[in-house]
Design a protein around this ligand. Structure first.
Ligand code: PMP
Length: 420
């Protein structure tokens, strides 16, 4: 795509960002796939990394690779300072009151498992209930099922409507005196629905229940303020936020984290160890046993810097314009049915086609350099709800363009000619 073509395409979406300049910051976006320029539309699975993040990782390994917290030598002090500075920037990014409320984990999945086991296992018993929604990723379902098996608690599920929104009227009836925790995704990865999490937190609080928000899909797209939301826990992954894989964050309310026992035992999470008794470390280290992903934490700090410099408001405007443009184009294609038509959506377009399996469509698009995801998106209950085995899903980031949407739609039309 030429610069002028891209500019024209972006003018059509009313883009507020200099997308061509931004694209130049992401080296992988200039590669070709099957001889075609890459159109990377699988950002909900993982996002691409700007050069500043790649250079940050490179600098850590080239210049000051060392283990943290324990060393007195210069490299260890530099690595510790960079890691802890990243923690402070992450805290500010989601408006956590204190950096000690930011626990580094592997990703959203590990964050939710940590809460289920550390908070839930010793506390829940028969008669207690955990409420989730019909829109959850498997990582916000299975850890709670495991906890229910371990404690005798019961899992209850807020239903979703045909548009892919949480049915709050039905949900209200599920939250009551037996509810101990409500766990809800901020944005659905399979459908793109932006959920009314502040309202759900309020409902849970009325009944004295705690709340966990799975923010894996939210932090790359909208400004998150955990204190304004009022949630007790918030989880997200670095790799969907233009940072490295293998690093993520659990935010927790400080008083709650203080009360919770450690999840894993090992180095760094202790103050004193003897064979008779171990004294655990303070927050956040109590929950960070073993050598963490040091480069990952520092790299995530750099990714957040990049997002903040770009500006989440401008990102959201550009992505909303792309979503509207793509939705209108998709609706003009006969035989295409959108799955997920919520009023408030992030830049995710899930759909099925008459006569074409999503996997076949994905393969044909790949041959044109267009990368989308096909399958159940780790949300099998949603597929069951809509009585489909899979969807094709295009998910846009701020570096995507209307010209790429045009290529997606042209690829779908070409696939229709092959199959019908
Ligand atoms: N929740 C949601 C909404 C997600 O989209 C994902 C990743 N697809 C996860 C949780 C799990 O994230 P991770 O695999 O990075 O732990």
């Amino acid at each position: 795509m030429s610069r002028s073509q891209a500019a024209k395409a972006d003018a059509r979406t009313g883009a507020a960002l200099d997308v061509e300049r931004i694209r130049a910051d992401f080296p992988v976006l200039s590669r070709r796939v099957h001889g075609q320029p890459l159109a990377y539309l699988d950002n909900a699975a993982t996002s691409q990394k700007p050069q500043s993040v790649i250079a940050t990782l490179d600098r850590y390994y080239s210049e000051y690779n060392a283990n943290i917290h324990r060393g007195v030598h210069t490299l260890s002090e530099e690595a510790t300072a960079a890691f802890e500075d990243a923690r402070r920037r992450i805290a500010a990014f989601i408006n956590a009151g204190d950096a000690k409320q930011i626990i580094f984990v592997r990703g959203t999945t590990e964050a939710i498992n940590l809460v289920a086991q550390s908070w839930g296992r010793g506390r829940l018993r028969q008669g207690d209930e955990i409420v989730i929604t019909g829109l959850e990723h498997h990582s916000n379902i299975v850890p709670w099922q495991m906890l229910c098996e371990q404690t005798g608690a019961k899992l209850r599920v807020m239903p979703i409507t045909d548009a892919g929104e949480i049915d709050l009227d039905a949900g209200r009836k599920l939250i009551g005196p037996a509810t101990r925790l409500v766990a809800v995704s901020h944005i659905s990865n399979a459908l793109g629905t932006i959920n009314p999490v502040a309202e759900i937190v309020r409902l849970a609080k009325e009944h004295g229940a705690l709340t966990l928000v799975d923010g894996a899909q939210a932090v790359p797209h909208l400004a998150v303020d955990v204190q304004a939301l009022g949630c007790d826990f918030y989880a997200f992954s670095g790799h969907k936020l233009f940072g490295p894989t293998g690093i993520g964050v659990l935010y927790g309310r400080a008083a709650l984290l203080e009360q919770m026992p450690p999840w894993q035992g090992g180095g760094d999470m202790i103050k004193v160890v003897s064979f008779e008794r171990t004294v655990y470390n303070d927050l956040p280290y109590k929950f960070e046993a073993g050598t963490p992903h040091i480069a990952g934490g520092i790299g995530l700090g750099a990714a957040i810097d990049y997002v903040q410099q770009t500006g989440l408001d401008a990102i959201a405007r550009h992505e909303q314009a792309l979503l509207e443009y793509a939705t209108a184009a998709a609706l003009r294609i006969p035989g295409l049915r959108l799955i997920g038509t919520a009023r408030h959506k992030a830049s995710i377009l899930s759909f099925v086609m008459d006569g074409i399996h999503p996997h076949d469509l994905g393969t044909i698009l790949d041959h044109q350099g267009v990368a989308i995801r096909t399958g159940h998106h780790c949300a099998m209950p949603i597929m069951e709800r809509f009585r489909i085995p899979a969807t094709a899903r295009a998910s846009f980031a701020f570096y995507n363009t209307a010209a790429e949407v045009d290529r997606l739609m042209a690829g779908i039309t070409a696939a229709q000619k092959v199959f019908t």
